[in-house]
Design a protein around this ligand. Structure first.
Ligand code: NHR
Ligand code: GAR
Length: 200
């Protein structure tokens, strides 16, 4: 029975508030009985991520695999892949995950790895999205849930949320406005994707 559940592994690097939103949605909406899915593990690329304790507090086991202990991206990704695959994941969810992943790693999870990026893709791939949106004079900003492919922030778009950029916005103020929408968008996008994924 439990072998047929769709296991979700969430990768984080920091606060893990998107991770927490997904775990809470899975619990309150009873994804296990409704969708045959459950969040089984959280893995952080940073040992000091506060999201590790937050996951434990929500009843999900968490572990750190600090990227600084590895000589190369390929070595880190190989170790990360082994840790993830130990949980038999149907879906890998990047939630504030800050390490660029190698093409081999991405290929291994093709069609079953998603990310939330804090911009309205295809605008503003990469980092410092909020500062760049303000400097460009954008009147709207937002977040995008997308499939992860080898090319950074270029996978198929699954869902987007839009917020206004307000006069005098700081990158921090805009980031907080976007993050609030991310917490609604990401659990919903994952929930809609799950029926389309095979259990491992
Ligand atoms: N990997 C691939 N191959 N494809 C994607 O679409 C990915 C990915 C890894 C992470 C998240 C992404 C985001 O939402 C993501 C998407 C980190 C960086 C980055 O430059 C860029 C984009 C994203 C995540 N990272 C630096 C690096 O050298 C480290 C930056 C830091 O530690 O602060 O890996 O924005
Ligand atoms: C979120 O805004 C997420 O979109 C962004 O970082 C924040 C993480 O918050 N992701 C990236 O910038 C990826 N490069 P969280 O850890 O509280 O979910």
């Amino acid at each position: 029975m439990s072998a047929r559940l769709k296991n979700i592994v969430i990768l984080i690097s920091g606060a893990g508030t998107n991770m927490a939103a997904i775990i809470r949605a899975a619990q309150t909406q009873n994804w296990e009985s409704q969708l045959g899915a459950r969040v089984v593990a959280v893995i952080s690329s940073h040992a000091d991520a506060s999201g590790l304790a937050l996951a434990q507090a929500l009843g999900v086991s968490s572990e750190a695999l600090d990227h600084r202990g590895f000589e190369s991206r390929a070595a880190f990704d190989a170790a990360l892949q082994a840790r993830i695959d130990a949980h038999g994941p149907a879906l890998v969810v990047l939630a504030g995950f800050m390490r660029i992943l190698t093409p081999g790693f991405v290929a291994h999870y093709a069609g079953r790895m998603v990310n939330i990026h804090p911009s309205l893709l295809p605008a503003f791939t990469g980092l410092n999205t909020h500062r760049r949106a303000i400097e460009a004079g954008c009147q709207v900003a937002g977040a995008t849930v997308h499939q992860v492919t080898a090319e950074l922030d270029h996978g198929q778009i699954l869902a987007q949320a839009v917020v206004p950029v307000l006069p005098g916005d700081s990158p921090q103020a805009l980031a907080a406005r976007v993050l609030e929408q991310e917490h609604l968008l990401y659990p919903q996008a994952v929930r809609e994707l799950l029926p389309h994924l095979p259990a491992l």
